[in-house]
Design a binder for this molecule. Structure first.
Ligand code: NI
Length: 173
C-alpha cells in the first residue's frame, strides 16, 4: 500500500467526469487499498479516485471513529438507485478543500448499487453521516465539489479563503 498525494482545488482532474471501471482487477484493488491508506493517513472518512489524480469511478469510505474497529467500504462504479425526498442539512468538509467547511443540503437517505472489491454487485442503504459521505464522494466522480452545491457568493468566499491559505505554501502535487 502507498500513501498518494491528495489534489487540492483548483485542479482540472477534480472537475473531470471520471470513467467507469471495466473490471475490478488487481490494479483497481491496489488503487482501493492505496486510497484507504491515504484516507486514514489524512485523516478523512471518504476519498474518491479523482482526488488522488485517477479519473476512475472508485470511492472508499470509512465513517468509524478512532476507537472503533475500522469498517472500510470500497466501491467501483457506484450509482444512486434511490434517494429519499426528505433532505438534510449537514456541515461538510473535503480533503481537496482543506480546512473549509459549509452546510450542504442533500437527500437524507440513498440506496447505492456498486461493485465491491471482488467485482460483485452490491447494494447499500445509507443515511445520516454514511449517506452524506457516500453522496459527497460520488459527486467527486462527476467533477462536483461540495462548494458547487452552495450559492456562488459562498463558493467564491471559500475558494478565496483557500487560495489565501495556500499562497506561499508548496503545492500538494
Ligand atoms: Ni471531498
Amino acid at each position: 500500500m502507498a500513501i498518494l498525494p491528495i489534489l487540492v482545488a483548483p485542479n482540472p482532474v477534480l472537475k473531470t467526469k471520471a470513467k467507469p471501471v471495466d473490471t475490478v482487477d488487481d490494479e483497481i484493488r491496489q488503487l482501493m487499498n492505496d486510497m484507504l491508506e491515504t484516507m486514514y493517513n489524512a485523516p478523512g472518512i471518504g476519498l474518491a479516485a479523482p482526488q488522488v489524480g485517477v479519473s476512475k469511478r472508485v470511492i472508499v469510505v470509512d465513517i468509524t471513529t478512532e476507537d472503533e474497529e475500522p469498517n472500510p467500504l470500497c466501491m467501483a462504479n457506484p450509482e444512486i438507485i434511490w434517494a429519499s425526498e426528505e433532505e438534510e442539512l449537514r456541515e461538510e468538509g473535503c480533503l481537496s478543500l482543506p480546512e473549509q467547511f459549509a452546510e450542504v443540503v442533500r437527500p437524507k437517505a440513498v440506496r447505492v448499487r456498486y461493485l465491491d472489491k471482488e467485482g460483485e454487485i452490491r447494494e447499500l442503504d445509507a443515511d445520516e453521516l454514511m449517506g452524506i459521505c457516500v453522496q459527497h464522494e460520488m459527486d467527486h466522480l462527476d467533477g462536483t465539489l461540495f462548494v458547487d452545491h452552495l450559492s456562488s457568493l459562498k463558493r467564491n468566499m471559500i475558494l478565496r479563503k483557500l487560495r489565501k491559505s495556500r499562497s506561499g505554501k508548496p503545492a500538494t502535487v
